[in-house]
Design a protein around this ligand. Sequence first.
Ligand SMILES: [Zn+2]
Length: 68
Amino acid sequence: MKINHSTPENSIALTTSLQYITGPHWEPPTIPNATTYWRCSSCGRESIRERDLHRTTFHAPSCEVQEC
Ligand SMILES: [Zn+2]
């Protein structure tokens, strides 16, 4: 009996959207109440909360980031 060893090819799909989410970035200390923020490198939108970046409604209609 032969065992068919197939190579999984779906292991990279999970990070397709997340590759556009960068952060946390630190605002310059010259800004009052400086905080950290997250940025989408695809559409350029920013938020101080990372979870905003994981919502497709946060992104521009033409953004590469999709629901995952
Ligand atoms: Zn985006």
